[in-house]
Design a protein around this ligand. Sequence first.
Ligand SMILES: [Zn+2]
Length: 257
Amino acid sequence: MALSDIRDVAEQRHSRLLYSGTQYANLLLAGLPAPDVGLLTQLLEHVHLTRHLILYEADDPIDYIHFPETAIIGQAVVFEDGGSVVTTLTGPESACGLGVVLDRPHALARAIVLMSGAAARISTANFRAACADSAGLRQAAKRCNTLLISQAHQSAACNAYHPLEGRISRWLLECADRADDEVHLTQEMLAQMLGARRSSVSVIASALQSSGAIKYSRGIIHIVDRLMLEATACECYRAVRQRADYIMRGGPPDELS
Ligand SMILES: [Zn+2]
């Protein structure tokens, strides 16, 4: 399942959550062939992930693979002064911690919950055992790892090259794609994600609200005019989506609307 399908996630997610428990709101799990998902079904447990929860730090062992359903997990580089910058996002389209299938049992970056919500998780030992019996699972995990590497490349360049306004719009859209156009992020957290000053984020968020692109209320950002926000986002938003389509579908990128 590709990122371009994420706008339909809300409807799919709600219908799947209402389903009997044999379907998954995580699109990676939902898209697996029945024999592959059958290897995981009895081993997955549903958990609620609370915002700010750190799943692991860089160099920590990865004990669980998380498949977000309504939660969004960011991977962040943490600096000596305590500051951090988020480089990748994982929502219902993918999973967090899949580096373990590449014999990389330790985390390369902090994994932190940016938006609270549900997820399914499986122990690393169980997931690796399932992967040993399934080429399909291994292939899906490798695609997700490639997706993360692609995001990290784009973010490194973006942070060095693009102005803050474009980066804020990019990240708001990336979160909104995974969260029904309603982004539960405080400006403080947005500043932490971007490695930016809180005051700078506030100025730009106010300008975006004045223009009618977003509406900000009590820590919830509503995307009011998506096209306007896309117009202010840096090119990285489209680049990440197009490359995600290519990676996850194994074909040429789709035209974006
Ligand atoms: Zn950019």
